[in-house]
Each structure stands twice: as C-alpha cells, then as structure tokens.
Design a protein around this ligand. Sequence first.
Ligand code: CAA
Length: 257
Amino acid sequence: MEFIKVEAQARPYVALVQLNRPKELNALNLQLMGELRDALKQLDEDEQVRVIIVTGNERAFAAGADIKQMAGKTAIDMLNIDQFSTWDQIKKTKKPLIAAVSGFALGGGCELAMTCDMIIASETAMFGQPEIKIGVMPGAGGTQRLTKALGKAKAMEMVLTGKFLTATDAERQGLVNRVVPVELYLEEAFKLAGEIAQMSPVAAKLAKEAVNRSFEASLEEGLYFERKNFYLCFASEDQKEGMAAFIEKRKPSFSGR
Ligand code: CAA
C-alpha cells in the first residue's frame, strides 16, 4: 500500500485506515481509492475487526478526487476507467465505518466521509462540494447524500456555489456526529468505535444494513426489512448471550457468532 496506512488492531477490535498522500492533501487518485477498497474488504473479512475508522491528517481528510489525474480525460475515458465501481465496493462494507475528519473534506473527500456511517469532526474540519468551481459537479454521491443530510436548499447552495460548511455548522445540520478540538478528533473516533466494538458485531452489521435501507426503500419496505433483520438476530449466539447477561445482571461478552 503506497497511499494508505492500515492498522488492523489500532485498538481492540478497532482498525484504523489512514489516507496518506499528505503533500497532495490526500487527493483521491485511482491508486489510493483502489488501495482503500482492498483494505476495507480485507478488514471487513477479519473477525478480529469490528469497527473501522477512516481518517486523513490534521490538514486534510481529503481534498477531493485527483484533479491532475482527471484533467485531460474524455467522457469515454471516464466511462472506461469506471472509478465509481471502486466506490460501490466501499459502500458495501458491512462493518460500521467512522470517518475521523480534520481540515479539508472536499469533493470526493466530503463524499467519502458521507459514505462512512458516522463522522467525527475536528473544529478545523471543512466540508464542501466545490466541483462547480472547476467546471464539473459531484460524482461520488454528493448531490444525493448531502441533500439527504442537509435538505434541498442547503445542499443546493453548497453544490451550486462550492461554499464550504464549517464543522460547527455541519454538526448543527446533522452532517456530523460531533465536533471536538483538533487534538482530540481521532481519540473521539476511537472512543465511539470502542463503544460500538463492545456490542454484538452480528447485530451491528444487521442494524447498519437496516438503517442504510431507510435511504433506499419506502417506509413499508424499510420496516419489513428491519423486521427480517431483527428476527435474524435470534439466529446468533450473541442474542442468547446478550439477553442472558441482562437477566443474570452481568456484562455480556459477544463473540460475533
Ligand atoms: N487534486 C489534485 N491535487 C490537489 C487537490 C486535488 N483535488 N487538492 C489539492 N491538491 C494539491 C495541490 O495541487 C497542491 O499541489 P502542488 O503543491 O504540487 O501545487 C497541494 O495539493 C496543496 O494544495 P494547495 O497548494 O492548493 O493548498 P491550499 O491550502 O492553498 O488550498 C484547497 C487547499 C482549498 C483544498 C485547494 O487545494 C483546493 O481547492 N483543492 C481542490 C478542491 C476540489 O476542487 N476538490 C474537488 C475535486 S473533483 C471531485 O472530487 C469529483 C468527485 O466528486 C469525485
């Protein structure tokens, strides 16, 4: 891996993936995205990993797709490269993904953070979809995910002007879970990951899937899907352990089985 660093056991059951092209503000070139896809797939299959944090560095989570790599491309080049199939794979990660964001999260960087399930932001984080300023528009989910998070008017303004959203505003508008001082954002992400890692990994996967289904399905279909996943929890040892532990007034120990 040239452009990302992976620590499968950064904390017990918690993996850390760091985007690592600092000089280019972690611009998401094809190689970096391919490495990220491969790393997430591997971590998703690793039984010792229950939650994955994706982060950048203090200055930049990621400043977007690599403009220099895209600049000379034709529409047919873009079609053939099909960079978004990589994003589709990343979206399929079953384990909870937390984005720990500091500095720039722009264009594809903002979209990558939104592809994660939760976002912990530092006070310096800035979210934006500035593609309009370089003659294009978001292509990795920005028009959809930002609109679902902020509502049409706010998302439209950001997409049409390229203006950034500060961390505080992002928190106020529900895009991020919380904002903490810059020296604490990664620790705060570990704290949240650690909390989730203590839960049943089976239930966490099924619950993540059900929450995400709410974006795709009607209420009726979503409720039906939720119910099926709820029933499926009862096939797990974790359900037996969790409920027995409650009754026996002890802490559960979940195996992920
Ligand atoms: N692609 C390629 N290189 C990038 C980049 C990007 N998205 N963002 C920053 N860089 C590079 C710069 O070219 C510069 O490299 P050099 O030192 O070799 O010149 C280096 O990173 C540092 O950047 P700046 O000197 O520009 O730093 P700054 O502090 O003055 O500005 C910034 C920071 C406001 C983030 C500015 O770099 C910027 O506007 N970047 C582009 C943001 C953008 O438009 N992102 C959307 C990309 S398109 C997209 O993402 C499509 C999609 O939906 C998938």
